[in-house]
Design a protein around this ligand. Structure first.
Ligand code: SF4
Ligand code: SF4
Length: 91
């Protein structure tokens, strides 16, 4: 079974309260935009209408990669609240 198939078995309990908050002011002056490339779930995207950086928290694997990659400190990153977030099926 490949990694995509394993991840596809994970279950996400969606919280209405986002566990990752993005400081858009910092993002606007960020040239590298590492978050677009490092997220294994490809959850970051640039909003075509506003130009803001968006993150789709509902599919977050809570790996913390974006937190490390954002060297500009634009992310207020927390684990999902208890009872919410990802439930791994393969460790
Ligand atoms: S989240 Fe961090 S890496 Fe991504 S655009 Fe904003 S400042 Fe840049
Ligand atoms: S914690 Fe991991 S899966 Fe979640 S948004 Fe950041 S890089 Fe993506």
């Amino acid at each position: 079974m490949n990694i995509e198939s394993k991840l596809g078995l994970d279950v996400f309990k969606i919280d209405e309260e986002p566990h990752i908050i993005i400081n858009q002011e910092i993002c606007r002056s960020c040239e590298e935009k590492f978050c677009l490339y490092v997220c294994p779930g490809k959850l970051y995207s640039i909003n075509r209408e506003t130009g803001d950086m968006d993150v789709e928290c509902s599919g977050c694997l809570e790996c913390g990669t974006c937190r490390i990659a954002c060297v500009h400190g634009a992310l207020d990153w927390n684990y999902a609240r208890g009872g919410f977030g990802v439930q791994f099926r393969f460790g």
